[in-house]
Write a protein that binds this ligand. Structure first.
Ligand code: CAA
Length: 379
Protein backbone atom coordinates (compact mmCIF):
# COMPACT_ATOMS: atom_id res chain seq x y z
CA UNK A 1 0.00 0.00 0.00
CA UNK A 2 1.38 3.42 -1.01
CA UNK A 3 0.99 6.00 1.75
CA UNK A 4 2.46 8.89 -0.24
CA UNK A 5 -0.10 11.69 -0.07
CA UNK A 6 -1.13 13.62 -3.19
CA UNK A 7 -0.74 17.40 -3.38
CA UNK A 8 -4.52 17.79 -2.93
CA UNK A 9 -4.48 15.59 0.18
CA UNK A 10 -1.57 17.56 1.67
CA UNK A 11 -3.28 20.85 0.88
CA UNK A 12 -6.55 19.69 2.46
CA UNK A 13 -4.68 18.67 5.62
CA UNK A 14 -2.90 22.04 5.74
CA UNK A 15 -6.14 23.99 5.28
CA UNK A 16 -7.80 22.00 8.08
CA UNK A 17 -4.78 22.45 10.35
CA UNK A 18 -4.73 26.19 9.80
CA UNK A 19 -8.46 26.50 10.34
CA UNK A 20 -8.27 24.50 13.56
CA UNK A 21 -5.42 26.58 14.95
CA UNK A 22 -6.83 29.97 13.91
CA UNK A 23 -10.56 29.48 14.35
CA UNK A 24 -11.10 26.65 16.83
CA UNK A 25 -8.19 26.70 19.28
CA UNK A 26 -8.90 30.11 20.87
CA UNK A 27 -12.45 29.14 21.92
CA UNK A 28 -12.49 25.31 22.17
CA UNK A 29 -12.01 25.19 25.92
CA UNK A 30 -14.67 27.84 26.58
CA UNK A 31 -17.21 26.10 24.32
CA UNK A 32 -16.54 22.83 26.15
CA UNK A 33 -17.07 24.49 29.54
CA UNK A 34 -20.28 26.22 28.43
CA UNK A 35 -21.55 23.26 26.36
CA UNK A 36 -21.97 25.74 23.53
CA UNK A 37 -22.65 24.57 19.97
CA UNK A 38 -20.02 25.95 17.52
CA UNK A 39 -22.48 27.56 15.07
CA UNK A 40 -19.95 30.01 13.64
CA UNK A 41 -17.23 27.38 13.15
CA UNK A 42 -19.62 24.99 11.40
CA UNK A 43 -20.75 27.78 9.08
CA UNK A 44 -17.12 28.51 8.16
CA UNK A 45 -16.35 24.80 7.69
CA UNK A 46 -19.26 24.70 5.26
CA UNK A 47 -17.81 27.61 3.30
CA UNK A 48 -14.47 25.75 3.12
CA UNK A 49 -16.22 22.67 1.70
CA UNK A 50 -15.55 20.59 4.83
CA UNK A 51 -19.18 19.64 5.52
CA UNK A 52 -19.57 17.63 2.31
CA UNK A 53 -16.00 16.67 1.56
CA UNK A 54 -16.65 13.41 -0.32
CA UNK A 55 -19.72 14.65 -2.21
CA UNK A 56 -19.13 15.36 -5.92
CA UNK A 57 -19.08 19.03 -6.88
CA UNK A 58 -22.32 18.75 -8.91
CA UNK A 59 -24.09 17.87 -5.66
CA UNK A 60 -22.62 20.75 -3.71
CA UNK A 61 -19.58 19.00 -2.24
CA UNK A 62 -15.81 19.36 -2.44
CA UNK A 63 -15.32 16.21 -4.55
CA UNK A 64 -12.45 14.94 -2.36
CA UNK A 65 -11.56 11.37 -1.41
CA UNK A 66 -11.90 9.56 1.91
CA UNK A 67 -8.17 9.95 2.64
CA UNK A 68 -8.50 13.75 2.42
CA UNK A 69 -11.55 13.54 4.68
CA UNK A 70 -9.66 11.46 7.27
CA UNK A 71 -6.73 13.88 7.21
CA UNK A 72 -9.04 16.86 7.74
CA UNK A 73 -10.98 15.08 10.51
CA UNK A 74 -7.73 14.38 12.33
CA UNK A 75 -6.63 18.02 12.19
CA UNK A 76 -9.98 19.41 13.30
CA UNK A 77 -10.32 16.88 16.15
CA UNK A 78 -6.74 17.50 17.25
CA UNK A 79 -7.98 20.90 18.41
CA UNK A 80 -11.71 20.36 19.01
CA UNK A 81 -13.20 16.86 18.91
CA UNK A 82 -16.73 18.28 19.37
CA UNK A 83 -16.43 20.05 16.04
CA UNK A 84 -14.94 16.80 14.72
CA UNK A 85 -18.01 14.72 15.50
CA UNK A 86 -20.44 17.32 14.13
CA UNK A 87 -18.46 17.33 10.90
CA UNK A 88 -18.14 13.53 10.88
CA UNK A 89 -21.86 12.83 11.18
CA UNK A 90 -22.73 15.35 8.47
CA UNK A 91 -20.05 14.05 6.09
CA UNK A 92 -19.83 10.31 6.48
CA UNK A 93 -23.30 9.36 7.67
CA UNK A 94 -25.70 11.92 6.23
CA UNK A 95 -24.09 13.26 3.03
CA UNK A 96 -22.51 9.94 2.11
CA UNK A 97 -25.78 8.09 2.75
CA UNK A 98 -27.79 10.34 0.43
CA UNK A 99 -25.03 10.52 -2.21
CA UNK A 100 -24.63 6.73 -2.34
CA UNK A 101 -28.28 5.67 -2.12
CA UNK A 102 -30.56 8.69 -2.60
CA UNK A 103 -32.57 9.69 -5.68
CA UNK A 104 -31.50 12.65 -7.82
CA UNK A 105 -34.49 14.57 -6.44
CA UNK A 106 -33.35 13.88 -2.85
CA UNK A 107 -29.83 14.95 -3.76
CA UNK A 108 -30.97 18.26 -5.25
CA UNK A 109 -33.32 19.03 -2.39
CA UNK A 110 -31.26 17.86 0.61
CA UNK A 111 -27.73 16.85 -0.30
CA UNK A 112 -26.71 20.07 -2.06
CA UNK A 113 -27.45 22.34 0.96
CA UNK A 114 -26.14 19.71 3.41
CA UNK A 115 -22.84 19.41 1.53
CA UNK A 116 -22.55 23.19 1.29
CA UNK A 117 -23.01 23.46 5.05
CA UNK A 118 -26.23 25.45 4.65
CA UNK A 119 -28.17 22.67 6.37
CA UNK A 120 -27.00 20.34 9.14
CA UNK A 121 -27.75 16.62 9.20
CA UNK A 122 -28.21 13.91 11.83
CA UNK A 123 -28.44 10.11 11.64
CA UNK A 124 -31.07 8.40 13.80
CA UNK A 125 -30.59 4.66 14.24
CA UNK A 126 -30.24 4.16 18.02
CA UNK A 127 -33.26 3.85 20.29
CA UNK A 128 -33.73 3.37 24.04
CA UNK A 129 -33.74 -0.41 23.39
CA UNK A 130 -31.71 -0.54 20.17
CA UNK A 131 -28.06 0.47 20.61
CA UNK A 132 -25.61 -2.30 19.73
CA UNK A 133 -28.69 -4.42 18.97
CA UNK A 134 -29.56 -2.10 16.12
CA UNK A 135 -32.10 -4.36 14.38
CA UNK A 136 -34.43 -4.11 17.39
CA UNK A 137 -36.21 -1.04 15.96
CA UNK A 138 -39.38 0.06 17.74
CA UNK A 139 -39.89 3.20 15.66
CA UNK A 140 -42.61 2.32 13.17
CA UNK A 141 -43.29 3.70 9.70
CA UNK A 142 -46.72 2.77 8.35
CA UNK A 143 -47.57 3.46 4.71
CA UNK A 144 -50.55 5.76 4.13
CA UNK A 145 -50.96 6.52 0.41
CA UNK A 146 -48.10 8.78 -0.68
CA UNK A 147 -46.88 9.14 2.90
CA UNK A 148 -45.49 7.11 5.80
CA UNK A 149 -46.65 7.81 9.35
CA UNK A 150 -43.72 7.65 11.77
CA UNK A 151 -44.06 6.96 15.50
CA UNK A 152 -41.29 6.28 18.01
CA UNK A 153 -38.28 7.60 19.89
CA UNK A 154 -34.63 7.82 18.89
CA UNK A 155 -31.78 8.17 21.38
CA UNK A 156 -28.25 9.57 21.50
CA UNK A 157 -28.61 11.53 18.29
CA UNK A 158 -25.53 13.65 17.58
CA UNK A 159 -26.53 16.99 15.96
CA UNK A 160 -30.16 16.10 16.72
CA UNK A 161 -31.02 19.40 18.36
CA UNK A 162 -29.52 21.60 15.64
CA UNK A 163 -30.18 19.37 12.63
CA UNK A 164 -32.35 20.56 9.75
CA UNK A 165 -32.49 17.09 8.20
CA UNK A 166 -32.45 13.69 9.93
CA UNK A 167 -32.02 10.28 8.32
CA UNK A 168 -34.35 8.07 10.35
CA UNK A 169 -34.31 4.28 10.39
CA UNK A 170 -37.75 2.79 11.17
CA UNK A 171 -39.47 -0.59 10.93
CA UNK A 172 -41.80 -0.82 7.93
CA UNK A 173 -42.37 -4.54 8.50
CA UNK A 174 -41.40 -5.61 12.04
CA UNK A 175 -41.97 -9.29 11.18
CA UNK A 176 -38.94 -9.20 8.87
CA UNK A 177 -36.35 -8.03 11.44
CA UNK A 178 -33.25 -6.55 9.76
CA UNK A 179 -34.98 -6.85 6.38
CA UNK A 180 -38.07 -4.92 7.51
CA UNK A 181 -36.32 -1.61 8.26
CA UNK A 182 -36.37 1.44 5.96
CA UNK A 183 -34.69 4.86 5.95
CA UNK A 184 -36.52 8.19 5.71
CA UNK A 185 -35.42 11.78 5.31
CA UNK A 186 -37.25 13.78 7.97
CA UNK A 187 -37.17 17.58 8.04
CA UNK A 188 -37.07 19.79 11.09
CA UNK A 189 -40.49 21.37 11.48
CA UNK A 190 -42.50 18.40 10.18
CA UNK A 191 -45.53 18.31 12.54
CA UNK A 192 -45.09 15.72 15.32
CA UNK A 193 -41.28 15.66 15.09
CA UNK A 194 -39.44 17.22 18.04
CA UNK A 195 -36.05 17.01 19.71
CA UNK A 196 -35.93 16.18 23.42
CA UNK A 197 -33.65 17.67 26.05
CA UNK A 198 -29.92 17.97 25.42
CA UNK A 199 -27.91 15.30 27.23
CA UNK A 200 -25.28 16.50 29.76
CA UNK A 201 -22.17 14.63 28.69
CA UNK A 202 -18.70 13.72 29.96
CA UNK A 203 -17.03 14.87 26.74
CA UNK A 204 -17.63 16.28 23.25
CA UNK A 205 -19.68 18.76 25.23
CA UNK A 206 -20.08 21.46 22.61
CA UNK A 207 -21.73 19.02 20.21
CA UNK A 208 -25.37 18.31 20.94
CA UNK A 209 -26.80 14.87 21.70
CA UNK A 210 -30.55 14.49 22.09
CA UNK A 211 -33.43 12.09 21.87
CA UNK A 212 -35.92 12.66 19.04
CA UNK A 213 -39.61 11.96 19.24
CA UNK A 214 -41.94 11.16 16.36
CA UNK A 215 -45.68 11.34 16.90
CA UNK A 216 -47.72 10.67 13.77
CA UNK A 217 -45.15 12.41 11.60
CA UNK A 218 -46.28 12.38 7.96
CA UNK A 219 -43.23 11.82 5.80
CA UNK A 220 -43.64 11.84 2.00
CA UNK A 221 -42.93 8.42 0.49
CA UNK A 222 -40.48 10.13 -1.92
CA UNK A 223 -38.32 10.77 1.17
CA UNK A 224 -37.62 7.04 1.62
CA UNK A 225 -34.01 6.22 0.76
CA UNK A 226 -33.77 3.04 -1.29
CA UNK A 227 -36.37 0.28 -1.29
CA UNK A 228 -38.54 -0.72 1.65
CA UNK A 229 -36.45 -3.11 3.76
CA UNK A 230 -33.11 -1.61 2.70
CA UNK A 231 -32.77 0.54 5.85
CA UNK A 232 -30.60 -1.76 7.98
CA UNK A 233 -28.14 -2.47 5.18
CA UNK A 234 -28.15 1.27 4.46
CA UNK A 235 -27.26 1.96 8.10
CA UNK A 236 -24.50 -0.67 8.19
CA UNK A 237 -22.94 0.39 4.90
CA UNK A 238 -23.04 4.03 5.91
CA UNK A 239 -21.61 3.27 9.36
CA UNK A 240 -18.69 1.40 7.74
CA UNK A 241 -17.55 4.76 6.34
CA UNK A 242 -18.57 6.59 9.52
CA UNK A 243 -16.16 4.42 11.50
CA UNK A 244 -13.26 5.76 9.41
CA UNK A 245 -14.37 9.27 10.40
CA UNK A 246 -14.48 8.36 14.10
CA UNK A 247 -11.09 6.63 13.84
CA UNK A 248 -9.70 9.86 12.39
CA UNK A 249 -11.37 11.85 15.17
CA UNK A 250 -9.75 9.59 17.80
CA UNK A 251 -6.44 9.93 16.00
CA UNK A 252 -6.64 13.71 16.27
CA UNK A 253 -7.29 13.50 20.01
CA UNK A 254 -4.38 11.06 20.46
CA UNK A 255 -2.04 13.31 18.48
CA UNK A 256 -3.08 16.29 20.62
CA UNK A 257 -2.15 14.27 23.73
CA UNK A 258 1.28 13.52 22.31
CA UNK A 259 1.84 17.15 21.26
CA UNK A 260 0.87 18.39 24.73
CA UNK A 261 3.04 15.77 26.46
CA UNK A 262 6.14 16.63 24.43
CA UNK A 263 5.67 20.35 25.04
CA UNK A 264 5.03 20.00 28.76
CA UNK A 265 7.84 17.53 29.41
CA UNK A 266 10.38 19.90 27.84
CA UNK A 267 9.12 22.83 29.94
CA UNK A 268 8.48 21.19 33.31
CA UNK A 269 11.48 20.72 35.54
CA UNK A 270 11.92 18.16 38.31
CA UNK A 271 15.11 17.14 40.05
CA UNK A 272 16.85 20.13 38.38
CA UNK A 273 16.16 19.11 34.81
CA UNK A 274 13.29 18.96 32.31
CA UNK A 275 11.22 15.84 32.90
CA UNK A 276 11.77 15.01 29.21
CA UNK A 277 15.22 13.84 30.31
CA UNK A 278 13.73 11.19 32.56
CA UNK A 279 13.49 7.76 30.99
CA UNK A 280 10.08 7.15 32.60
CA UNK A 281 8.71 10.05 30.55
CA UNK A 282 10.69 9.22 27.42
CA UNK A 283 9.27 5.69 27.31
CA UNK A 284 5.72 6.95 27.68
CA UNK A 285 6.25 9.34 24.79
CA UNK A 286 7.85 6.63 22.64
CA UNK A 287 4.93 4.24 23.27
CA UNK A 288 2.34 6.93 22.58
CA UNK A 289 4.00 7.92 19.29
CA UNK A 290 4.32 4.30 18.14
CA UNK A 291 0.68 3.51 18.86
CA UNK A 292 -0.47 6.73 17.16
CA UNK A 293 1.56 5.97 14.05
CA UNK A 294 0.08 2.43 13.90
CA UNK A 295 -3.40 3.86 14.33
CA UNK A 296 -2.78 6.39 11.56
CA UNK A 297 -1.67 3.65 9.15
CA UNK A 298 -4.77 1.55 9.93
CA UNK A 299 -7.04 4.56 9.42
CA UNK A 300 -5.46 5.63 6.15
CA UNK A 301 -5.50 2.04 4.91
CA UNK A 302 -9.25 1.77 5.53
CA UNK A 303 -9.78 5.13 3.79
CA UNK A 304 -7.68 4.07 0.80
CA UNK A 305 -9.59 0.78 0.50
CA UNK A 306 -12.90 2.68 0.49
CA UNK A 307 -11.56 5.03 -2.18
CA UNK A 308 -10.39 2.05 -4.25
CA UNK A 309 -13.89 0.52 -4.11
CA UNK A 310 -12.66 -2.48 -2.10
CA UNK A 311 -14.53 -4.15 0.78
CA UNK A 312 -13.46 -2.23 3.85
CA UNK A 313 -15.90 -3.05 6.70
CA UNK A 314 -13.35 -5.11 8.63
CA UNK A 315 -10.57 -2.58 8.11
CA UNK A 316 -12.78 0.33 9.19
CA UNK A 317 -13.73 -1.62 12.32
CA UNK A 318 -10.05 -2.39 13.03
CA UNK A 319 -9.14 1.27 12.54
CA UNK A 320 -11.87 2.44 14.92
CA UNK A 321 -11.17 -0.26 17.52
CA UNK A 322 -7.45 0.42 17.64
CA UNK A 323 -7.49 4.17 17.24
CA UNK A 324 -10.14 4.78 19.91
CA UNK A 325 -8.16 2.63 22.36
CA UNK A 326 -5.02 4.54 21.42
CA UNK A 327 -6.75 7.86 22.10
CA UNK A 328 -7.90 6.81 25.58
CA UNK A 329 -4.46 5.43 26.47
CA UNK A 330 -2.71 8.51 25.10
CA UNK A 331 -5.01 10.79 27.11
CA UNK A 332 -4.39 8.83 30.33
CA UNK A 333 -0.62 8.96 29.76
CA UNK A 334 -0.76 12.67 28.90
CA UNK A 335 -2.50 13.33 32.22
CA UNK A 336 0.07 11.22 34.06
CA UNK A 337 2.92 13.16 32.44
CA UNK A 338 1.27 16.45 33.43
CA UNK A 339 0.73 15.18 37.00
CA UNK A 340 -1.67 17.36 39.01
CA UNK A 341 -1.72 19.93 36.20
CA UNK A 342 -3.17 17.29 33.91
CA UNK A 343 -6.11 16.81 36.22
CA UNK A 344 -7.21 20.43 36.20
CA UNK A 345 -8.57 22.48 33.34
CA UNK A 346 -5.56 24.75 32.86
CA UNK A 347 -4.08 22.31 30.36
CA UNK A 348 -6.33 20.69 27.79
CA UNK A 349 -5.42 17.08 28.53
CA UNK A 350 -8.36 16.43 30.86
CA UNK A 351 -10.68 17.49 27.98
CA UNK A 352 -8.83 15.12 25.66
CA UNK A 353 -9.57 12.20 28.01
CA UNK A 354 -13.24 13.15 28.31
CA UNK A 355 -13.49 13.48 24.52
CA UNK A 356 -11.51 10.30 23.79
CA UNK A 357 -13.81 7.98 25.74
CA UNK A 358 -16.81 8.38 23.46
CA UNK A 359 -14.82 7.16 20.45
CA UNK A 360 -14.91 3.69 22.07
CA UNK A 361 -18.70 3.90 22.25
CA UNK A 362 -20.45 5.67 19.37
CA UNK A 363 -20.81 4.40 15.80
CA UNK A 364 -20.46 0.92 17.27
CA UNK A 365 -18.77 0.14 20.60
CA UNK A 366 -15.35 -1.52 20.69
CA UNK A 367 -17.17 -4.79 21.39
CA UNK A 368 -19.24 -4.35 18.20
CA UNK A 369 -16.08 -3.62 16.20
CA UNK A 370 -14.70 -6.94 17.48
CA UNK A 371 -17.93 -8.64 16.37
CA UNK A 372 -17.56 -7.18 12.87
CA UNK A 373 -13.85 -8.14 12.67
CA UNK A 374 -14.22 -11.66 14.02
CA UNK A 375 -17.31 -12.44 11.92
CA UNK A 376 -15.37 -11.50 8.80
CA UNK A 377 -12.40 -13.65 9.82
CA UNK A 378 -14.45 -16.67 10.88
CA UNK A 379 -17.18 -16.75 8.23
N1 CAA B 1 -22.70 -3.97 4.90
C1 CAA B 1 -23.75 -4.52 4.24
N2 CAA B 1 -24.64 -5.34 4.82
C2 CAA B 1 -24.48 -5.63 6.12
C3 CAA B 1 -23.42 -5.10 6.87
C4 CAA B 1 -22.50 -4.25 6.21
N3 CAA B 1 -21.45 -3.71 6.85
N4 CAA B 1 -23.50 -5.55 8.14
C5 CAA B 1 -24.59 -6.35 8.19
N5 CAA B 1 -25.16 -6.39 6.96
C6 CAA B 1 -26.35 -7.16 6.57
C7 CAA B 1 -26.07 -8.63 6.81
O1 CAA B 1 -25.42 -9.21 5.69
C8 CAA B 1 -27.45 -9.18 7.02
O2 CAA B 1 -28.09 -9.42 5.76
P1 CAA B 1 -28.55 -10.93 5.35
O3 CAA B 1 -29.55 -11.34 6.41
O4 CAA B 1 -29.16 -10.74 4.00
O5 CAA B 1 -27.32 -11.76 5.35
C9 CAA B 1 -28.21 -8.04 7.68
O6 CAA B 1 -27.46 -6.86 7.40
C10 CAA B 1 -28.31 -8.22 9.17
O7 CAA B 1 -26.99 -8.33 9.67
P2 CAA B 1 -26.60 -9.22 10.92
O8 CAA B 1 -27.29 -10.53 10.85
O9 CAA B 1 -25.11 -9.21 11.00
O10 CAA B 1 -27.26 -8.38 12.10
P3 CAA B 1 -27.01 -8.41 13.66
O11 CAA B 1 -28.29 -8.16 14.34
O12 CAA B 1 -26.22 -9.61 14.05
O13 CAA B 1 -26.16 -7.06 13.90
C11 CAA B 1 -24.19 -5.75 14.20
C12 CAA B 1 -24.90 -6.85 13.41
C13 CAA B 1 -22.81 -5.66 13.59
C14 CAA B 1 -24.09 -6.10 15.68
C15 CAA B 1 -24.97 -4.43 14.00
O14 CAA B 1 -26.22 -4.45 14.64
C16 CAA B 1 -24.20 -3.22 14.49
O15 CAA B 1 -23.31 -2.71 13.79
N6 CAA B 1 -24.56 -2.69 15.68
C17 CAA B 1 -23.99 -1.42 16.14
C18 CAA B 1 -24.85 -0.29 15.68
C19 CAA B 1 -24.10 1.00 15.64
O16 CAA B 1 -22.96 1.09 15.19
N7 CAA B 1 -24.76 2.04 16.10
C20 CAA B 1 -24.21 3.35 16.05
C21 CAA B 1 -25.31 4.35 16.02
S1 CAA B 1 -25.01 5.72 14.97
C22 CAA B 1 -24.00 6.76 15.82
O17 CAA B 1 -23.43 6.47 16.84
C23 CAA B 1 -23.81 8.06 15.13
C24 CAA B 1 -23.58 9.20 16.00
O18 CAA B 1 -24.52 9.88 16.40
C25 CAA B 1 -22.19 9.63 16.28
Amino acid sequence: MNFELSETQKMTRETARQFAVDELAPTAEERDAKEEFPHEAIKKLGELGFMGMMVPEQHGGAGLDTVSYALAMEEISRVDASVGVIMSVNNSLVCYGIEAYGTEEQKQKYLVPLAQGKLLGAFALSEPEAGSDATNQHTLAVRDGDFYILNGIKNWITNGYNADVVLVMAATDPSKGAHGISTFIVEKGMPGFAPGKKERKLGIRSSDTVSLSFQDVRVPAVNRIGDEGFGFRFAMKTLDGGRIGIAAQALGIAQACLDASIKYSKERKAFDRPIAELQAIQFKIADMATEIESARLLTLQAAMMKDAGQKFSKHAAMAKLFTSKTAVRAALEAIQIHGGYGYIREYNVERYLRDAKITEIYEGTSEIQRVVISRDLLK
